[in-house]
Write a protein that binds this ligand. Structure first.
Ligand code: NDP
Ligand code: GDR
Length: 323
């Protein structure tokens, strides 16, 4: 291992990838990212890091590019964050989701086995794997029952990571992360959709916010806190899986209430309408995680409450849209 640690992040252009890149740079890592080609360059979230990171062209659908990326980056740690991550779209593109989000993990693990089997591997598993509630709160031992093509693909990625750890003795870890959000969250996810619309309505840029199921409950944390847990997991001597969550659950309705309050809009019901197109074919009704193991073994704890998170996101959107 070289004196300066080298990390490769797939999905570096995403919400988590950008925060993780910042964290690893602060820790003195040489940071490499894998990006896929697009006809327009959309590197908004990592623009401020561009001169401090090295980017490699690659795609989870293409084995050759994964091998070449690992050869070029020579990482000590690989964070596999790339995925088709929007649950609702996974019903529209189910096989593509399976290929990116599921089988893509095997491609990455195969490339790692070939090029750098000593490297430590992090897989971005998800609370969406719990799906239909079998146990409250959910722990590392809770049985999985995914409720979306995305959730099913993540279960595959989760178990192939465990299987490669056990079959080939890799330092491979799955982080079962519950929902985490930030001002960098994509606009299609419900928290950001709400905070953006609250700001837009306040500034007179929109009149209404159309949502689906207001009763769904999620355990929402702050992405910046959660990427620390990813890093801590790979610093463990033995690879193990961890639930990362706040232990608190809130409804989508409560998220609306906090955002509209922060925007100073008064009664949110005047602006919100229910649109069936945002109701899912099968819903995950309740997620609440138990992060005890992460607290005990990693010393990790969330630092930001749900209410602080939604308020900071709303303020960020007010600032963004005021410009
Ligand atoms: P984002 O949607 O913000 O980012 C996804 C990233 O994956 C983007 O960089 C995207 O690149 C990249 N990507 C997608 N498909 C491919 C592909 N075929 N080849 C290469 N790169 C690809 O997701 P988040 O940052 O929120 O999440 C990171 C990971 O964590 C994902 O795997 C997600 O499923 C998982 N997760 C997220 C949670 C959350 O609440 N945020 C909770 C639990 C798990 P591009 O910019 O080109 O689209
Ligand atoms: P989720 O996040 O599906 O939990 O997946 P999302 O923010 O999309 O939905 C959360 C809940 O809100 C309800 N909802 C709506 N959702 C969206 N997107 N748009 C709406 O208009 C709307 N109205 C109500 C949903 O039905 C759902 O119950 C996220 C992703 O980041 C995954 O990649 C990750 O694995 C999981 O979190 C943990």
């Amino acid at each position: 291992m070289s004196a300066t640690k080298r990390a490769l992040i797939t999905g570096i252009t995403g919400q988590d990838g950008s925060y993780l890149a910042e964290l690893l740079l602060e820790q003195g890592y040489e940071v490499h990212g894998m990006v896929r080609r697009a006809s327009t360059e959309k590197f908004d979230r990592i623009e401020h890091l561009r001169d401090r990171i090295t980017l490699h062209q690659g795609d989870l659908l293409d084995q050759r590019s994964l091998v070449d990326t690992l050869r070029a980056a020579r990482p000590d740690e690989v964070y596999n964050l790339a995925a088709m991550s929007f649950v609702a779209l996974s019903w529209v593109q189910p096989t593509l989701t399976a290929d990116f989000t599921g089988v893509g993990v095997t491609r990455m693990l195969e490339a790692l086995r070939e090029v750098c089997p000593e490297a430590r591997f992090y897989q971005a598993s998800s609370s969406e794997m719990f799906g239909k509630v079998r146990e409250v709160p959910q722990t590392e031992q809770t049985p999985l029952y995914p409720r979306s093509p995305y959730g099913v693909a993540k279960v595959y990625g989760h178990f192939i990571t465990i299987n490669y750890r056990e079959s080939y003795n890799l330092h491979a870890t799955s982080g079962i992360l519950f929902n985490h959000e930030s001002p960098r969250r994509g606009l299609e996810f419900v928290t950001r959709k709400i905070t953006w619309h609250a700001a837009a309505i306040k500034l007179g840029l929109r009149d209404k916010l159309a949502l689906g199921n207001l009763d769904a409950k999620r355990d929402w944390g702050y992405a910046k806190d959660y990427v620390k847990a990813m890093w801590l997991m790979l610093q463990q001597d033995e690879p193990e899986d961890f639930v990362i969550a706040t232990g608190q659950t809130n409804t989508v309705r409560e998220c609306v209430e906090v955002a509209f309050d922060e925007a100073g809009l008064g009664d949110w019901q005047r602006y919100v309408e229910i649109d069936p197109q945002f109701v899912r074919p099968a819903e995950v009704d309740l997620l609440i995680g138990d992060p005890t193991k992460a607290k005990e073994k990693l010393g990790w704890e969330p630092e930001t409450t749900f209410e602080e998170l939604i308020r900071l996101m709303t303020r960020a959107d007010l600032e963004l849209l005021s410009k």
